[in-house]
Structure formats: structure tokens, C-alpha cells
Design a binder for this molecule. Structure first.
Ligand SMILES: Nc1nc2c(ncn2[C@@H]2O[C@H](COP(=O)(O)OP(=O)(O)OP(=O)(O)O)[C@@H](O)[C@H]2O)c(=O)[nH]1
Length: 196
């Protein structure tokens, strides 16, 4: 995987067809935030590992035209692995993911997406289809002058909600997704059960 000096990476999936496809439709893009626990051991506390795999799968489907995965080193929504583990302890005591961050004196979400905007510009992309449920990500990646235009938001629906096999199923991930689902004003996520 190509890597810049900070460890943030860009992966072009199905690259052979990407150039051809960009002439027709904007490419499918996933901007993924590092999650050591979710990606390496498929921790049952979040669906991050599933999301990364699902993005790659969608981009490799026949006829999909490929896509771009940008992997940002923003572990724990930007607070780092150590602080995320402290947040997990607070969640075990009853806080949700947002409350735990705030109790640790961190913002609910400490990430930024300027680097992703720059990477997409480097790749010559002006219009994209973004695979996400996070409206903040859509706004942020577009940049202050809409350097990148998100022509379409493609929902990222957990496999378990689609009745598919595989995917993360646990009480903890249920709570994690519920925080996104029910606390729109806290997380601003667009995840809806109706998407399933
Ligand atoms: N602080 C904190 N971060 C978490 C927790 N669980 C997962 N993460 C981090 O959350 C990030 C993924 O963010 P999400 O909010 O799940 O998803 P998103 O990227 O905002 O939105 P989507 O594009 O819809 O997936 C990764 O960096 C994970 O390490 C948690 O309980 N607390």
C-alpha cells in the first residue's frame, strides 16, 4: 500500500478500471480512520474492521469501476489508542462513546479531513461518491472552497442490519451503533435502521 511519511495511505482498488470509470461516474471513495482494535482483531466494540473490508469489497465488485481508500492515522476519532482504551473503561461503567470522550476532556470527535482533501486533489479527483454515514466527513472533505465535490453519499450499512452473514454482532457494537443512530445531535451520523 502506498504510504506517505505520516503513515496515512491511499489505496486504489480495482485500479485498472479506475481511470476509465472516472470519465463516467465519480469514483467511490472511503475515508477510513485508523482503528487498531477493530481492524487487527475485529474487536466487538465497533464495526471499523467490517467497514474497511466492506469498502474494499464494494470497490472490487465486477462493474464497480474500482475506487479509492484513504486511510488516515486518526485512531480513536483522533484521541489516540491509549485514550480510546480509557474511554472503553468509562463505557464499561455506563457512558456512551460520546460521553466517554467528553469525560476525558476530549471533543466528541477530534478528527480533521484536510489531508484527505489534499490526497484526492493529488489524485486529480474533483468529484467523488463518498462511502459514509457521517455528514461532518462529507462537509469537511469538500474543503472550504469545495475543492472536492461529493456528488453522492453512499450509505455504509452494517452487514448485521442487512441480515447478511459475517459482520460484527455483539452487545457492545449494538450500543456503539445505537449512539450513532439515536444521538444524531451528538454524533450527527446519518445511520438509520431504515437503511437496512
Ligand atoms: N473515542 C472513541 N473512538 C472510537 C470508539 N470506537 C471506535 N472509535 C474510532 O472511531 C473511528 C471510526 O469512526 P466512526 O465514528 O465509527 O465512523 P466515521 O468514520 O465517523 O463514519 P463512517 O464514515 O460513517 O464510518 C476510528 O478511528 C475508531 O478508532 C470509541 O468507543 N471511542
Amino acid at each position: 500500500m502506498p504510504e506517505n511519511t505520516n503513515g496515512n495511505t491511499i489505496e486504489k482498488a480495482g485500479g485498472e478500471n479506475l481511470t476509465e470509470n472516472t470519465k463516467k461516474d465519480p469514483p467511490l471513495v472511503r475515508i477510513h480512520s485508523e482503528c487498531y482494535t477493530g481492524e487487527t482483531v475485529w474487536s466487538a466494540r465497533c464495526d471499523c474492521g467490517e467497514q474497511l473490508d466492506e469498502a474494499a469489497r464494494l470497490m472490487s465488485l465486477p462493474g464497480s469501476g474500482g475506487g479509492i481508500i484513504i486511510y488516515l492515522r486518526q485512531e480513536g476519532r483522533g484521541i489516540g489508542l491509549g485514550e480510546k482504551l480509557k474511554a472503553y473503561n468509562l463505557q464499561d461503567l455506563g457512558s456512551d462513546t460520546v460521553e466517554a470522550n467528553l469525560l476525558l476532556r476530549h471533543p466528541a470527535d477530534a478528527r480533521s479531513y484536510g489531508l484527505a482533501t489534499a490526497m484526492l486533489q493529488d489524485l486529480g479527483q474533483e468529484e467523488i461518491r463518498l462511502l459514509t454515514n457521517n455528514p461532518d466527513k462529507v462537509r469537511a472533505v469538500e474543503g472550504p472552497n469545495r475543492e472536492i465535490v461529493v456528488k453522492e453519499r453512499v450509505p455504509m450499512i452494517p452487514l448485521a442490519w442487512r441480515g447478511k452473514t459475517g459482520g460484527i454482532r455483539s452487545q457492545e457494537v449494538g450500543g456503539y451503533l445505537k449512539t450513532k443512530l439515536l444521538q444524531i445531535e451528538k454524533m450527527g451520523h446519518m445511520l438509520q435502521m431504515g437503511d437496512a
